[in-house]
Design a protein around this ligand. Structure first.
Ligand SMILES: [Zn+2]
Length: 220
């Protein structure tokens, strides 16, 4: 295994463990992948292995159609959706799917996360989250309908299931999951306080934030 590929495998192992520590996934749920730069190969987490047991050699390498080219295990059951993301969006090189509880709770009540936090505005360029189809995941049909729903957004909700985010690398895709769950948690707290709807970030400030992102400045 080339040193560079080993590094990318380490990134996936690390992100899986971060997702567990943040409570975004349990057991072997959720999935993370990245496209190896300049290649048509994707590294993805294996299916059905708890994150704490996943080591670099357990990461599965597939082609852009999900066919295993190097791996000791089966790839994640949502490999088709990840591969479709890389085929649909050439600028995407990382995908993260989490099953984080605050987002799931809100969207189970048909509550959309508003722009209550700056990081959420920065990382989604003020566009918030798209809403995916109610189909079983783990199929290419689902993936197609989902990316139709996602359009030019960076994250899409799978109702009663979780969130799928894309990014120019796996770190940004995962940071988007973090920002979305953080905003969901704040919104949830506001609702729990029965204080009515929260003040969202004023449109002019949201606009300035998005402009700052386009100029290359990031969130905190
Ligand atoms: Zn899932």
């Amino acid at each position: 295994m080339f040193a560079e590929e080993l590094n990318f495998r380490r990134k996936l192992v690390k992100i899986g463990r971060r997702a567990v520590s943040l409570g975004f996934v349990m057991n072997s749920q959720g999935n993370f992948s990245l496209r190896l730069p300049g290649t048509d190969y994707v590294l993805i987490k294996p299916s059905a292995i708890p994150y704490e047991d996943i080591e670099v050699e357990d990461i599965v390498k597939v082609d852009l159609y999900g066919k295993v080219v190097d791996g000791l295990h089966k790839p994640s059951s949502e490999v088709d959706t990840h591969c479709l993301a890389y085929r649909t969006y050439p600028e995407v090189a990382g995908c993260a799917h989490v099953e984080s509880p605050y987002l799931n709770a809100l969207y189970a009540m048909d509550k959309e996360v508003p722009n209550v936090l700056g990081n959420f505005v920065y990382l989604f360029e003020g566009k918030g989250l798209a809403f995916g189809p109610s189909l079983r995941s783990s199929s290419e049909k689902f993936g197609k309908a989902m990316f139709d729903a996602m359009g030019n957004n960076y994250g899409v909700i799978w109702k009663n299931h979780g969130l799928f985010c894309v990014g120019p690398n796996i770190e940004v895709a995962f940071d988007r999951c973090v920002a979305a769950e953080q905003a969901a948690k704040v919104y949830w707290l506001v609702l729990a306080l029965k204080a009515g709807e929260p003040d969202v970030i004023p449109p002019q400030i949201q606009y300035e934030m998005v402009e700052a992102v386009r100029r290359g400045a990031g969130g905190g």
